[in-house]
Design a protein around this ligand. Structure first.
Ligand SMILES: Cc1cc2nc3c(=O)[nH]c(=O)nc-3n(C[C@H](O)[C@H](O)[C@H](O)COP(=O)(O)O)c2cc1C
Length: 216
């Protein structure tokens, strides 16, 4: 495991979409999931489950459906096609297409699953409170997983395109009907180097007391 500090781990955890097929040891995968489940969840329900997909046919199924949907969204204009992407963003889309085309070569595709209902809020008549809390109860675990992968030198990318074939995927992998797949994360040792991530400056997103108020 890397002995870099917390902040360097955070700042250098970027999407790693070009992955080697080399296997990942079960011990490391267990530590990665263990880091995930140390995250908070609403009411500490821990209503989650993590499926590690490593079967060749299952990974191909995911690749085929992910890629078909990527291409469809491109045709429909939801995802811009390469010709319409500004030069500074082309590298990212190029690697996103690479991931879509080669996803089955990743040794493991991790599915982070969460409940489809949040019991405490079920009777409040406020659907947003349920949806927001459900997702707020799994993405901290997902981020812990991304950081733990970074610490072990593993590349990962949070993806959500599987929402377009989630029902078929759940049936295939025996995922219960009361669970949703919140994130699909291909894992593997990366071809390239980690970070730094590119983000806008922090001053532009800090608001003091009221939205829009800045302090020097
Ligand atoms: C909710 C969400 C959905 C994402 N979906 C995809 C995806 O379908 N395919 C992909 O290649 N990257 C996906 N990403 C990764 C983002 O594109 C990436 O995190 C962002 O461009 C910042 O780049 P970085 O992670 O390299 O710093 C997703 C990220 C988030 C948070």
């Amino acid at each position: 495991m890397s002995d870099i500090g917390l902040f360097e781990t955070i700042y250098s955890t970027r999407s790693m979409r070009r992955l080697k097929p080399d296997p990942i040891s079960p011990e490391i995968l267990k530590r990665v999931i263990e880091a995930g489940i140390h995250a908070p969840s609403g009411s500490n329900f821990q209503n989650w489950g993590f499926v590690l997909v490593d079967g060749v046919d299952d990974k191909r199924f995911i690749r085929d459906h992910y890629l078909a949907n990527y291409r469809r969204l491109e045709r429909e204009g939801t995802i811009p096609s390469m010709a319409n992407i500004p030069p500074e963003r082309r590298r990212m889309f190029d690697s996103a297409i690479h991931l879509a085309e080669h996803m089955d070569e990743a040794p493991v595709i991790l599915l982070a699953c969460t409940g489809t209902d949040f019991p405490t809020y079920a009777e409040l008549g406020n659907p947003r409170s349920i949806t927001a809390t459900l997702h707020a109860s799994i993405y901290p675990a997902v981020q812990n997983i991304l950081l733990a992968c970074r610490a072990f030198g593993l590349g990962a990318t949070l993806t959500t395109l599987h929402y377009f074939f989630e029902d078929e995927l759940k049936v295939r992998l025996n995922i219960p009907t009361d669970k949703e797949i919140a994130a699909l994360i291909p894992l593997g040792y990366p071809v390239g180097r980690f970070g730094p991530t590119t983000r806008a400056a922090v001053d532009g997103v800090m608001h003091w007391g009221r939205w829009g108020q800045r302090r020097d």
